[in-house]
Design a protein around this ligand. Structure first.
Ligand code: UD1
Ligand code: CA
Length: 455
């Protein structure tokens, strides 16, 4: 059997109280529906069909890069059974059909693989869970020999059924060969007037099919998001799991409750991540790195042995081995620090290479620049890269020493081993070595009197 996956995402998500469709709300930096689609893709299906109801264009746009998805509109929304029916033309009669929910993001691949082993030409697979509080869920009805024979929705339960603690997670695997027929036989004579997908269970049993239930490893795998509170709870759960995985691999995380990885994060052994660090997008951190508190790193690479001091913000940049960054540094896109470079407090670097061993330690702006090796850039140095219309480049060659409070008006080049006197405005290329100064001569007025206040 090849595999078709139907993702149900047509519900309104009223309780989110949001202008954004529920399944586009983000969990660990990725839309809920993105988590489900990724999980679906990891199973290598022949087809993935998303059933949507509201804001179809926004949903399609959010996943426009994914050509393997097909989309089916459900309008109006007449229930989960009706929703699957909307996708039926996408499904091959020989397929196994896995039904997922767009707002249940954390089901593990291993769980779904186990579930798929239960679907065949004479059986369906059902993911159930035993919970302390089954309120609100469909209950699993078993016969005296323990076989599943039906699912009854909360609103249709009698008091005996209400006490059942085994619930329907909603995730099931069905034989495509019978699906069209079963769906066409579902009725909406129930308390909600909806076509329940769950009614398929009783129909299948009547047709002589076995319903094979199984449970996930962790109950969180089946939790859905209906409100922002639930979204935050799942976020914490997922972050704790990520932190645990990293710690198991040799990373120290000072407080796993205050750690956030939103994206694809790799961290090497013996690296220490202090509290309230947020890692976003594609982040690669080497071994023996220290990231101090309150740092924000997005789409960047940090080499072995580097030290990122507190309150630093790094975006789309590369920090070489043994560099020291911060505290309070800002590395903007296309910054590259070669090994052992230092960028200190209140320094902003953008689209610039800072060569090996070079230092920009205090209160500077280095933008659109190429800085060689072992350069020292003094406090308050500014590369004036923008003339109001265009950006220009500053080149500072190896071994140069830039005195404090210097403006380098680009395009300009400071030669190898050149020294720039403090307080200079450099508008022309300098020679190699030697001293370049542009400073008004200091004068001394001996008999000068301070002004006095008028009476
Ligand atoms: C459903 C199950 C219930 C199960 C619970 C688990 C049915 C009838 N009931 O109930 O047994 O315990 O999930 O969370 O299936 N959706 C559509 N179109 C619709 C209705 C729903 O696409 O017309 C989608 C929703 O967007 C959501 C999913 O289906 O992703 C489940 O819908 P929801 O209304 O939350 O179902 P429940 O009543 O909670
Ligand atoms: Ca629900």
């Amino acid at each position: 059997m090849s595999l078709s996956i139907v993702i149900l995402a047509a519900g309104k998500g009223t309780r989110m109280k949001s202008a954004t469709p529920k399944v586009l709300h983000e969990l660990a930096g990725k839309p809920l529906l993105g988590h489900v689609i990724d999980k679906a893709e990891s199973l290598n299906p022949a087809k993935i069909c998303v059933v949507y109801g509201h804001e179809g264009e926004r949903l399609k746009q959010a996943f426009a890069g994914n050509s393997r998805l097909s989309w089916a509109e459900q309008s109006p929304q007449l229930g989960t059974g009706h929703a699957v029916q909307m996708a039926i033309d996408e499904i091959d009669g020989t397929d196994a059909v896995l039904v997922l929910y767009g707002d249940v993001p954390l089901t593990r691949r291993s769980t779904l693989e186990r579930l798929l082993r239960n679907v065949s030409e004479n059986s369906i697979g059902l993911l159930t869970a035993f919970v302390d509080d089954p309120h609100g869920y469909g209950r699993i009805i078993r016969n005296s020999s323990g076989e599943v024979i039906a699912i009854v929705e909360e609103k249709d339960t009698d008091s005996r059924q209400k006490a059942i603690s085994e619930i329907n997670t909603g995730i099931m695997a069905l034989p495509g060969s019978r699906l069209r027929d079963w769906l066409s036989r579902i009725e909406n004579r129930n308390s909600q007037g909806e076509y329940y997908l769950t009614d398929i269970v009783a129909l299948a049993v009547a047709d002589g099919y076995k319903v094979l239930p199984m449970q996930p490893d962790a109950v969180e795998e089946t939790l859905g998001v209906n409100s922002r509170v639930q979204l935050a709870e799942l976020e914490r759960y997922l972050q704790r799991e990520t932190a645990q995985r990293l710690m198991d691999a040799g990373v120290s995380i000072r407080d796993p409750q205050r750690f956030d990885a939103r994206g694809d994060v790799q961290i090497g052994r013996d690296t220490v991540i202090d509290v309230d660090v947020v890692l976003e997008g594609n982040v690669r951190i080497g071994e023996n790195v220290v990231i101090e508190p309150f740092c924000h790193l997005r789409d960047c690479e940090v080499g072995d042995g580097a030290h990122v001091r507190s309150h630093s913000v790094l975006e789309q940049c590369r920090v070489g081995e043994n560099c020291v960054v911060g505290p309070f540094a800002r590395l903007r896109p296309d910054t590259v620090l070669d090994s052992n470079a230092r960028v200190g407090n209140f320094v902003e670097v953008k689209n610039a290479i800072i060569g090996a061993g070079s230092k920009v330690n205090h209160l500077s702006y280095v933008g659109d620049a190429e800085v060689g090796k072992d350069v020292n850039i003094g406090a308050g140095t500014i590369t004036c890269n923008y003339d109001g219309a265009n950006k220009h480049k500053t080149i500072i060659e190896d071994g140069a020493f830039i005195g404090s409070d210097t403006q380098l008006v680009a395009p300009v080049k400071v030669g190898k081993n050149a020294t720039i006197g403090a307080g200079s405005t450099i508008t022309k290329d300098t020679g190699e070595g030697g001293l370049t100064l542009s400073r008004v001569k200091q004068v001394y007025v001996e008999n000068w009197k301070r002004p006095v206040k008028k009476k």
